[in-house]
Design a protein around this ligand. Sequence first.
Ligand code: TYM
Length: 333
Amino acid sequence: MDDKKILFSAVQPSGTLTLGNYIGAIKNWTKLQDDYNCIYSIADLHTLTVKQEPALLRAHTYELTALYLACGIDPEKAILFIQSHVPAHAELTWILNTMTYPGELTRMTQFKDKSQRHCDNVNMGLMDYPVLMASDILLYNTELVPVGADQKQHLELSRDLAIRFNSRYSETFKVPEPYISKVGAKIMSLQEPTKKMSKSDANINAFISMDDDTDTIIRKFKRAVTDSDNKIVMSEDKPGISNLLSIYSVVTGTSIEDAEKRFDGYGYGDFKLAVGEAVADVIKPIKEEKERILKDKAYIDKILADGADRASRIAYKTLSKVYRKVGLVPRAR
Ligand code: TYM
């Protein structure tokens, strides 16, 4: 690798991806490909922390890979691989587990939320999830992690673990920095705009799926909850309108100020329609390209195999350094 900084991120292949996942994460990944050595993973081990249908998990893994490619991730520039193809992730997790305290994990907002939602299956993996995420990041000497705002707390743990390991065993890991965009880091529900947009929302009108067709997208935006006055401005007391302005701004590349000017004097109905159309214009070609790529499994497999080879080389270098530092005897050759 050259001297560019290393950037790592991942998404779970847990079914439908939302507009929130796209705007908060994947959209930024493509534009960072030229300036960083980018490593993008499909976090399949993370999805096992909630119940999965095995055949569906496999299908979702291919779909997510095709979506990455359709969004513009270029396998010539970035390393693209499936987390479980590089066992070093699970191996480093064991080491980091021995220096993580239960209280650090039980206080995580996402653990609390998911334990409530999946109260029949609060397993150790659900609790340990942020340590696996720290391993993902630290194995690659990552300096930058582009994520949505909901991952900030997990990233802080990765930083704490890197610092803890370095101070106990000498300098080993880079301490990663989050890359969280100012606009779009937290896309909100279209039905309850004080809540994060999430695919697990029981109300399908609350989120836009990257698989939605144009009519569905426009219908969902038309139904988006706003407020009772008629001004299209960014404001804390207008969460619905502010969310729509953020979405419009990111998908069209317009600043918030310019978007406010553009819609000055518009009624909410016309504004919602314009946002819906702008989103549909972005999603439609991605969806079509994803479907085209998905038909060529051999092509996807080849990219993933190549990605896993490249990722393994970096990951095992770090892991063997870690094993040596903690005192494990290297296997004789
Ligand atoms: P996941 O799969 O839940 O979400 C993937 C990415 O989408 C972002 N995101 C959002 N951004 C803006 N608005 C929203 N409403 C919204 N919803 C989700 C998330 O912040 C995330 O960036 N644990 C991670 C996956 C992971 C990972 C990693 C990420 C595993 N290992 C290492 C970074 C580095 C997760 O579950 O993301």
